[in-house]
Ligand binder design. Structure first.
Ligand code: ATP
Ligand code: MG
Length: 401
């Protein structure tokens, strides 16, 4: 019989070393879940009955990553992939700040370590020595039923750590599972606690939602339970049709999704402010905010002619124009097909794509200074109206009239 779970040799070796020294050692959490799902796990985490001091003594190459939480990283070879995190079984004390336990206790049995975890599918452990799955909350049943369910009382678990409500909807999307009704029903009661969670952690969950094949599986419950209203009030108040909003995000390719998500807001400064508050990177907001601004501005007076669409795409520049076309396509905008044509054909959209530059114009006798800038703007406007004008002769003639 093959083992229940195929476990990498270095992780197995770490468990074997701990077991030979008389301790328990099991693979735990997300990797066990992913392996049972037939997905390639990212990192393997090991949980052990050994105290962190014992772990440090047993391995020659280790990094004391988070000793206060009981975590030691074992280096089993070269590179990040060789790192195995070993965490001592722990019970969490009371949660008073809605973010982390006030204290943790070592020396608890495995079942207690599993009981502090968020979701039943994340609360399984696999013992590679005995080929036994420890699954006290029927995570395997949930995998078979494709169900996201909190461990124990969902109201209590969600109020301990406000991030868990976001993790619940995020896993619904990334695993393509449904949400257990009692688990969803507990979300509104934990929203005040979600407000206390750091924006960085919220942002990380949002990114993972956007990485899913169908973000709507998280976005729809996040909107209906009030999660969106807590993390992004201006967005929540502008969404008119939740299903439609989420569907546009699903259809958009990954790089266009943040703009699609923010589309209901409809103006650049507000999107910028929200994304900054949510700790999205400058790169992310430099894509999403201008696109939302440009598209919604154009939507007020529906643009469908090639001239209008080029004028709409021009301020976005060469890099953002294709992404804007993707958002328009996902949103089913009237201008989507025209925008795609303009991008694919490579119509000039910015001054640097004109057949003449500032140097050519100065050689032709136009003085440097504000007049030169105005001349270039006039030429760009002419080329946006008709790309066929983008030849050196035509533009020089135009500039000198
Ligand atoms: P992925 O890494 O694919 O997002 P994961 O399940 O590995 O999923 P991690 O954030 O790496 O998620 O956490 C590892 C494990 O720690 C989880 O499987 C879960 O058992 C536990 N865990 C993580 N965050 C929480 C939390 N906020 N509350 C309770 N348990 C948690
Ligand atoms: Mg993980």
């Amino acid at each position: 019989m093959p083992p229940l779970i195929a476990i990498p040799a270095n992780v197995r070796q770490v468990c074997a070393t701990l077991t030979k020294a008389g301790f328990e050692a099991v693979a735990v959490g997300g990797a066990v879940r992913d392996a049972l799902l037939g997905r390639a796990p990212g990192d393997w985490d090991v949980a052990t009955s050994a105290h962190p001091d014992d772990v440090l003594k047993l391995f020659t190459r280790c990094i004391p990553t988070g000793l206060q939480h009981g975590t030691v990283t074992i280096v089993t070879g070269h590179g990040e992939a060789s790192h195995v995190e070993v965490t001592t079984y722990r019970g969490d004390g009371a949660y008073t700040d809605g973010r982390r336990p006030d204290n943790v206790t070592f020396g608890v049995p495995l079942v207690e370590d599993l009981a502090r975890r968020d979701l039943c599918v994340n609360a399984m452990a696999y013992d590679p020595e005995r080929d036994v799955l420890h699954d006290p909350f029927d995570g395997r049943g949930d995998i078979a039923r494709k169900l996201i369910r909190a461990v124990g009382d969902p109201v209590a678990r969600f109020s301990e750590d406000g991030l868990r409500v976001m993790r619940a909807v995020r896993f619904a999307a990334s695993l393509e599972f449904g949400l257990d009704p009692a688990t969803v029903a507990a979300i509104p009661s934990a929203l005040a606690v979600l407000g206390k969670v750091s924006r960085e952690r919220v942002c990380e969950e949002l990114r993972k939602i956007l990485d899913a094949r169908l973000p709507s599986l998280a976005l729809v419950p996040a909107r209906t339970t009030g999660i969106i209203a807590v993390i992004a009030p201006v967005l929540a108040s502008t969404i008119k049709d939740t299903e439609r909003w989420a569907e546009i995000v699903d259809v958009a390719p990954r790089r266009a999704r943040l703009a699609a998500l923010m589309l209901p807001i409809g103006n650049k400064p507000t999107v910028e402010k929200l994304l900054r508050e949510l700790k999205f990177s400058n790169d992310e907001l430099r894509i999403a905010a201008p696109i939302v601004g440009a598209i919604v501005g154009a939507a007020l007076t529906p643009v469908t002619t090639e001239i209008d669409v080029r004028r709409m795409l021009s301020p976005l520049g060469r890099e953002l124009a294709p992404i804007a076309a993707e958002v328009l396509t996902a949103a089913g905008a009237a201008s989507a097909a025209v925008a795609r044509t303009i991008v694919e054909r490579g119509d000039p959209l910015v001054a640097s794509e004109l057949a003449v530059g500032g140097k050519d114009l100065m050689e032709a006798g136009i003085a440097a200074g504000p007049g030169l800038g105005k001349a270039i703007a006039t030429l760009l406007a002419a080329v946006l109206d008709d790309p066929a004008r983008n030849t050196r002769d035509q533009l020089l003639a135009l500039a000198l009239t």
